[in-house]
Design a protein around this ligand. Structure first.
Ligand SMILES: Cc1cc2nc3c(=O)[nH]c(=O)nc-3n(C[C@H](O)[C@H](O)[C@H](O)COP(=O)(O)OP(=O)(O)OC[C@H]3O[C@@H](n4cnc5c(N)ncnc54)[C@H](O)[C@@H]3O)c2cc1C
Length: 326
């Protein structure tokens, strides 16, 4: 794509995946990252085909996962995922829940369901590797992108000494500060997690019993919470810390553990739980890539390809994830 110049704003998983794709296509771009820790950096990075208490199948999962496997390569690790099953009044039994979903679910015993086709993304390792490579090429600009310095001429956007054909905003919930896209219905959702050391009897599978436990580097991640909050809300609360601590014995039994950190970040969610992608209806050349909610790890590679095809090949973004549906 000769002479094209793109700016990607945001150093989370969304911006990283876009940067990887445009690099592979040899499109020239700058990647603006304010280096702040965000949802991506504290995520457990789990991809699994079922969601919620009723084990509903996740949207488009087979397609998303086949793209994700190729996209993330070695950073996507298959996991053994076990979910505790508790029947609710008037709801399905364990056998009824599994019926028809045998491709993804198996009965371990009366209380536990095995979830097949599950993976964990080593998110921070992936982001760091892409970012280190692009740093060497001097394509990363470690500064907050300042919207007030952006000017438009007939077909291009000017920012400081640079001229861009397209600017893609992948800013997570900080999109709320973006004057071009803050009219969209993004809602902050706070998630907290504890990082714990377990010296002996380390869990051998990823488990969910009320909360999840999974590896996080050499340690373990216990989470999460889902709280609709204001953008200015604190990222950590004592109440959630206590809820997470209360869940730990169900996950690791009597094993001793030590809390090494308490993490919190805001997810960017949408009313219909689908991302919002595509070009601004009025400001040509400005794009949104946002709203990945609780499922960024599985959604982002597929969505990044859709956005890239819309920019480079003029293909429409699928309606289910397009800004045109808003
Ligand atoms: C506790 C928790 C657990 C989670 N677990 C999972 C999971 O198991 N599986 C899963 O799929 N998803 C999970 N998620 C969700 C997942 O993390 C998100 O869907 C995904 O990371 C969103 O990535 P993003 O890049 O869009 O946003 P973000 O990670 O928020 O990144 C946006 C980045 O852009 C930067 N930025 C914003 N504005 C500017 C600007 N003007 N200039 C420069 N930089 C800017 C921000 O500082 C930030 O670093 C979890 C989230 C949380 C909070």
């Amino acid at each position: 794509m000769p002479n094209r110049n793109i700016a990607i704003i945001g150093g989370g998983l969304a911006g990283t995946c876009l940067a990887k794709l445009f690099q592979e296509k040899e499109v020239h771009f700058h990647w603006y990252s304010d280096m702040n820790s965000s949802a991506s950096h504290i995520s457990s990075g789990i991809l699994n085909p079922v969601t919620g208490r009723r084990y509903a199948l996740a949207w488009n999962y087979d397609n998303l996962i086949s793209i994700a496997k190729e996209f993330y390569g070695q950073f996507l690790v298959p996991i053994l995922l076990e979910k505790h099953f508790k029947p609710f009044k008037d709801e399905a039994t364990i056998d009824e829940v599994i019926l028809g979903k045998e491709k993804y679910l198996s009965k371990i015993n009366e209380e536990w369901i095995g979830v097949k086709e599950s993976y964990q993304l080593r998110t921070n390792d992936f982001i760091n590797l892409i970012s280190e490579n692009l740093h060497k090429n001097k394509q990363v600009i470690n500064k907050e992108f300042n919207y007030t310095l952006l000017h438009h001429t007939e077909n291009q956007w000017h920012y400081q000494d640079h001229v861009y054909d397209e600017i893609i905003f992948a800013e997570g919930i900080f999109i709320k500060n973006n004057p071009f896209f803050n009219y969209l219905p993004f809602q902050p959702n706070r998630g907290e997690a504890l990082i714990i050391d377990i010296p002996e009897n380390k869990p051998s599978s990823v488990k969910k019993h009320g909360k999840f436990i999974c590896p996080f580097g050499e340690q373990f991640w216990v989470g999460s919470s889902f709280d609709k909050v204001d953008i200015k809300a604190p990222l950590h609360t004592e109440k959630t810390k206590q809820d997470l601590m209360d869940a730990i014995p169900k996950l690791i039994g009597d094993s001793s553990y030590q809390i090494t950190s308490h993490l919190g970040a805001l997810r960017s969610t949408t009313p219909d739980r689908r991302p919002i992608i595509g070009e601004h209806p009025l400001h040509k050349g400005l794009y949104i890539f946002n709203g990945f909610g609780t499922k960024g790890a599985s959604l982002i590679p597929w969505c990044a390809i859709q956005l890239m095809n819309s920019i480079l090949k003029d293909k429409s973004v699928p309606y289910e994830v397009s800004i045109t549906r808003i």
